[in-house]
Design a protein around this ligand. Structure first.
Ligand SMILES: *Cc1c(COP(=O)(O)O)cnc(C)c1O
Length: 385
């Protein structure tokens, strides 16, 4: 028998979350952001559930090729554009739309020979200071692109640094929103500003005579069922459902006495006699080693907690809460690290991430190659959020 750990991708939840984001920005088109192998879920696995999106956004050219191999003929946007001049050949061949965020990318375009002019998304640095042209340089970049026969259409794009939290005054986005609106006021073209957090929290805000959601929103983490602004909101508050379950099983049960410790470094000492389950899941599976005692887990669907240090292939959990309601736990009993239990209960990945001092994005992307995946084709349960 293989080691019992399993990651399951829930296609019904992906469809539900896609619909939820579309309802948050009903007048906009939606890029399903599938970078990093669809946030660790697997591009080929999520594709059937997300093909109702208006386009796919990613940044690895190999992933763009995989999408075309799935026979996706619609828009694909490279969020970081090209990394070197010859990437433009693939853009022409696969009809990829690409971000242009620096002068070098315009130089490459100007030297590129293509029969098919490109659609580009000119990126403005509105305050995040990662990629893009500063407001004062935007107009000149736009004019350069506009003069190129290699360019067919110019759209405008920017990215928020703080859409998930109230910072810089009231809401975290006002300063960037103002900078973008001012610098692009009289430039034509479609616009895209919102990630998941901005879409859920701010989509209806004013942008010029339109709305912040604009022509395209870019939904990433919310598609996968995590609340982008956890813990201010939980995934259930946004009516999102977990798209991934990481589950395993008990491989041993220990009775420990008061004063005995569990695991490496003896970081957990039992305050009283207790039953401990050993789970086939460790940091070599992508479970965060920084998750300390107290991190939530579901044992047979009942909420319990991790005890002691996570080791490479195993972790330990308290069995008391599951046994309070049922027979003693046994080898083979289900333990959910995050996602949905077969017993119906949910453990949001956001809570596990918070306990480990990180964010759900990192946990979802980090599930290790040795973990087998399954696909759950069932429709999302009505009312289950
Ligand atoms: C990753 C990414 C997104 C999606 O962000 P989420 O927070 O996952 O919704 C949107 N836009 C850009 C430019 C990105 O890199």
């Amino acid at each position: 028998m293989p080691r019992p750990i399993l990651a399951t991708v829930h296609l019904g939840a992906l469809r539900h979350n896609l619909d939820r984001l579309q309802r948050a920005a009903p007048d906009s088109r939606l890029w399903a952001v599938v970078k990093a192998n669809a946030y660790g879920h697997g591009l080929e696995r999520v594709f059937p559930a997300l093909r109702a999106a208006d386009g796919f956004a990613l940044l690895d050219l190999a992933e763009a090729e995989r999408l075309r191999a799935l026979d996706w003929r619609g828009p694909i946007l490279l969020l970081e554009g090209c990394f070197e001049a010859r990437d433009l050949e693939l853009c022409s061949r696969l009809n990829l739309w690409h971000v242009v965020h620096c002068e070098e990318q315009i130089d490459w375009l100007a030297a590129h020979k293509t029969h098919q002019p490109h659609r580009v998304f000119l990126k403005m640095n509105s305050g995040m200071n990662r990629l893009g042209f500063r407001p004062a340089a935007l107009r000149a970049a736009w004019a350069r692109l506009n003069a190129l026969p290699q360019v067919e259409e110019i759209s405008l794009i920017t990215h928020f640094s703080d859409a998930d939290s109230p910072r810089f005054g009231a809401d975290g986005i006002a300063h960037q929103l103002e900078a973008f609106a001012a610098a692009t006021r009289d430039l034509p073209g479609e616009r895209s500003l919102c990630n998941s957090a901005a879409t859920l929290r701010h989509a209806g805000r004013a942008l010029g005579s339109g709305q912040l959601a604009a022509d395209w929103v870019r939904g990433g983490i919310a598609l996968y069922g995590s609340a982008p602004d956890h813990p201010e909101h939980r995934s259930a508050d946004w009516e999102l459902q977990p798209a991934m379950t990481l589950a395993s099983r008990l491989i041993a049960v220990q009775q420990v006495e008061a004063g005995e410790s569990v695991g490496y470094g003896s970081t957990f000492v039992a305050p009283a006699a207790m039953r401990i389950g050993i789970v086939a899941c460790g940091y070599a599976d992508g479970y965060p080693r920084h998750a300390g005692s107290g991190t939530p887990v579901l044992v047979r669907g009942m909420r319990s907690r991790l005890v002691g240090r996570v080791s490479m292939d195993m972790l330990a959990v308290e069995l008391g809460p599951a046994e309070a309601d049922g027979p003693p736990c046994r080898i083979g009993d289900e333990v959910v690290l995050w996602g949905r239990s077969q017993h119906g209960s949910l453990l949001p990945v956001d809570e596990v991430a918070q306990a480990a001092g990180t964010i759900a994005y990192e946990l979802l992307c980090a599930v290790a190659a040795r973990v087998p995946f399954a696909i759950d084709e069932a429709e999302a349960a009505a009312g289950l959020a």
